[in-house]
Design a protein around this ligand. Structure first.
Ligand code: ATP
Ligand code: MG
Length: 227
């Protein structure tokens, strides 16, 4: 089998160094191939061991695809240079290399440093059903506690957002906000900042964040109608 003829763009992505690179291209267009080639170049040209390279993916399937393709590529290099001990060593090193999902990598760091963080070394990643149950239990506890303490601000919110049928609507809102803010880099800071926006200095609605958005929208709509 002949060598792959890399495209100009692929070559750029393979050879670029000392900077962050984002490779975005269509499905099946050769992104993984570029990544594998970068890794092989590091091993062959820079004599770096595969267990010194961190490769993280989002899914287990992609991680094992990566591992397989790197192994294939190493074998291909060995075919070209069968007496190369550095290359042969990579086959053994591959089994203890960090080619894994980002979750598995993070779990590894936490497990290897549990004494620093002060948590149990037996920790594991929860299944999504477990997480769902935990969430429900926790929100149950929090609501219970706030009802018992007669938390004034909480009761006002309950009044505002729930009906005589129960407070499920409010629970859902809280859980929805929770899952939404998980996609921000610093969820707690983000929500504090957004809550702060409600501390209005002026009383004129058009000067608030929401007022400005609404005014802009109405203005655009009116403009569209005039044309
Ligand atoms: N320049 C090229 N010339 C010929 N074949 C190529 C070239 N680049 C990649 N390929 C081949 O195309 C196929 C798809 O490549 P690859 O799996 O790397 O794509 P991908 O962008 O990662 O795909 P996906 O979006 O599914 O993850 C592979 O068989 C790969 O060897
Ligand atoms: Mg791919």
């Amino acid at each position: 089998m002949g060598e792959v003829r890399w495209t100009k763009e692929q070559l750029l992505a393979i050879n670029e160094k000392d900077k962050n690179i984002l490779v975005a291209a269509a499905a099946g267009s050769g992104k993984t191939a570029v990544l594998v080639e970068r890794i092989i170049n590091k091993i062959v040209k820079e004599k770096i061991d595969i267990d010194k390279i961190l490769v993280v993916t989002f899914t287990k399937a992609t991680a094992s695809e990566m591992r397989g393709r790197i192994l294939d590529a190493i074998y291909k290099e060995i075919e070209k240079d069968s007496s190369n001990e550095h290359l042969q060593k990579q086959i053994t090193l591959l089994s203890k290399s960090s080619i894994c999902t980002i979750d598995a990598f993070c779990l590894d760091i936490v497990k290897n440093n549990f004494f620093e963080i002060g948590i149990s070394p037996n920790l594991k990643i929860a299944e999504s059903t477990e997480i769902e149950i935990l969430k429900q239990e926790i929100i149950e506890d929090i609501f219970e506690e706030k009802y018992e303490n007669g938390d004034k601000e909480f009761l006002e919110i309950v009044d505002e957002y729930t009906s005589y049928r129960g407070d499920d609507v409010l629970r859902d809102i809280v859980l929805e906000i929770y899952s939404y803010i998980q996609s921000t880099p610093f969820p707690e800071e983000w929500i504090k900042e957004k809550v702060e926006a409600f501390n209005l200095e002026s009383t004129s609605f058009e000067n608030t964040v929401w007022g400005r958005i609404l005014f802009e929208k109405v203005k655009n709509e009116l403009k569209d109608r005039n044309t």
